[in-house]
Design a protein around this ligand. Structure first.
Ligand SMILES: Nc1ncnc2c1ncn2[C@@H]1O[C@H](COP(=O)(O)OP(=O)(O)OP(=O)(O)O)[C@@H](O)[C@H]1O
Length: 253
């Protein structure tokens, strides 16, 4: 489904990605973890086709050149950087419907069925009550859920998420993983960047650990052990089980 072969990326003579080899199967949930600046978002951008590698091959659906139709099968929720301007004139419902735009022709209008689908997704994400609010009036966590709804409405075959748990409360995080579990069962391939190592070891199939622009280790989540992360995070890592997010902590001794 997704295959990267010897991928390297240079930006202005700086090597950002080094010798990336990666294979993700259809219906697999792969999580990418690693320290800040290790190349996680850049890797997502390469897979989403936003960046082209300097060398190497990127195969999606077995192809190196995607048609417009292939591209419509991929949804990407980028890392949240800024909030919408408060007066941005778009309601939550309209923002979610925008997720269907790539499947429409220019003059096509949204149908009753599209509206029903949008409302169903908002319900599933437990934000139906926000549907008529302006998107700029929502909190950061609420906006995150709207972006997820927008990505899900087109029923993508590949769902790419960059740090979707940032800024959302633990109940919403649980809901997010429930929905991702459901999507995985339906055959959606999920690729997610996160710092929430604890959560992904419980939900993802595969953990890909990046450091210095390369993949240090990729293992099944059942094979996860803190030692796999130590060389990347560059300090001793201890796994502490608790209900909330797990970020590798520096050992005190
Ligand atoms: N357009 C660019 N021009 C120059 N350097 C870039 C560019 N984009 C990314 N980089 C550099 O590439 C490296 C990887 O960045 P990237 O955003 O992929 O890291 P990340 O692992 O996603 O980090 P974080 O966890 O902080 O989001 C960083 O050193 C960053 O400064």
């Amino acid at each position: 489904m997704i295959e990267l072969i010897d991928v390297n990326l240079f930006i202005e003579q700086k090597q950002i990605l080094k010798d990336i080899n990666l294979k993700i199967q259809k219906g697999e949930f792969a999580a990418i973890v690693g320290p800040n600046g290790s190349g996680k978002t850049t890797l997502l951008n390469i897979i989403a086709g936003i960046l082209k590698p300097t060398s190497g091959k990127v195969l999606i659906f077995g192809k190196s050149e995607l048609s417009a139709e292939d591209r419509r099968k991929i949804s990407y929720v980028p890392q949240k950087v800024t909030s919408f301007n408060q007066s941005f004139p778009m309601s939550v419902l309209e923002a979610v419907l925008l997720g269907l735009s790539p499947k429409k022709r220019f003059f096509d209008r949204f149908s009753e069925q599209d509206l029903k689908k949008a409302v169903e997704i908002l319900k599933r994400l437990q934000i139906e009550n926000l549907k008529d609010r302006l998107i700029g009036h929502l909190s950061g966590g609420q906006q995150q859920r709207v972006f997820l709804a927008r990505a899900l409405i087109s029923s993508p075959e590949i769902l790419i998420l960059d740090e979707p748990t940032v800024g959302i409360d633990s109940k919403s995080e649980e809901l997010l993983f429930d929905i991702l579990g459901q999507k995985k069962k339906e055959g959606t391939t999920i690729l997610m960047v996160t710092h929430d190592v604890y959560a992904v070891t419980h939900h993802a199939d595969t953990i890909i650990c990046m450091g210095d622009g390369t993949i240090y280790t990729a293992c099944s989540s059942t094979d996860f052990s803190p030692s796999k992360f130590e060389s990347v995070y560059k300090y001793r890592v201890k796994k502490i089980e608790h209900k909330h997010s797990y970020i590798p902590k520096k050992e005190l001794t």
